[in-house]
Design a protein around this ligand. Structure first.
Ligand code: SAM
Length: 248
């Protein structure tokens, strides 16, 4: 049985897909989605020898070596153009996910859906999607074992730039007259702000606590630059608090 996080990722994969799971570790996602019949063939990519061997073992033990190809390599170099419909990349930082997608951009042709679960730096991933003409179709946030995870699902669509402009257009929050800027939507998630849950609030309370700590350490400095930075952080904290209060 998959963890709640991996199950939520699996739920984003359309039936009949050919999947590449990059940074697959134990290949849990390919094995489970092939076993459940959602995925018809899969590639489990791993760059590190330990996880690569773990993936090979898992696939062999499940008797799925015919349908799941375990490949060793960096990022998207393990796939051929046109070989898969869906790529999942989960459990890494947003900057690493973006680096993998950027370095392997020629492999993305023919890929219709990306399911990305950055551990941090979700904003970096959203910005990349906008820049590269992908359109976010769904977002999920959940808590498991005290950790909070965001899952971003993106598709290639026609008029991606127009649709992205609409998705991230500054909007007013209903009922309290607060404007959400494009930057706030990029960092909080354009769908997540519309359908908040306990995990969303917990994540942002945690972000406020982090910012408060940074602010406190800056306040101990006499440097003018630190004072400026402290002011900027104080206003960011206020902005987040206002938005949370309105969404609650
Ligand atoms: N995707 C699984 C999950 O979400 O449960 C495993 C996540 S694990 C924390 C991250 C994995 O990504 C590690 O096994 C690591 O070896 C692999 N990895 C890191 N950088 C990679 C890269 N450039 N290409 C392929 N795999 C990579």
């Amino acid at each position: 049985k998959l963890s709640a996080r991996l199950q939520q990722i699996a739920d984003q994969i359309p039936a009949g897909s050919r999947l590449a799971d990059i940074g697959s570790d134990h290949a849990l996602l390919p094995v489970s989605t092939v076993q459940s019949g959602i995925v018809i063939s899969a590639i489990a990519g791993e760059v590190n020898p330990g996880p690569f061997q773990a993936a090979q073992k898992q696939v062999a033990e499940a008797g799925l070596s015919e349908v799941i190809s375990v490949r060793k390599g960096n990022g998207l170099e393990v796939i051929e153009p046109g070989e898969v419909d869906v790529i999942t990349i989960a459990g890494m930082g947003g900057s690493l996910i973006v680096r993998i997608l950027t370095e392997g951009s020629e492999k993305l042709e023919g890929v219709s859906r990306l399911v990305l679960q950055p551990n941090i730096g979700e904003d970096v991933v959203r910005r990349w999607l906008v820049r590269e003409g992908w359109y976010l179709v769904e977002e999920h946030i959940l808590e498991e074992d005290g950790k909070i995870y965001e899952i971003l699902t993106a598709e290639r669509v026609q008029n991606a730039s127009e649709r992205n402009e609409q998705l991230y257009a500054e909007r007013e929050l209903q009922g309290c007259g607060i404007g959400l800027s494009k930057e706030m939507l990029i960092s909080m998630g354009p769908y997540l702000v519309e359908k908040t849950n306990a995990a969303f609030f917990k994540k942002w309370q945690g972000e406020i606590a982090k910012l408060e700590r940074i602010r406190k350490s800056l306040s101990e400095s006499e440097l003018e630059a630190s004072k400026q930075k402290e002011k900027a952080i104080a206003s960011e904290i206020e902005q987040i608090k206002e938005v949370l209060k309105c969404l609650q």
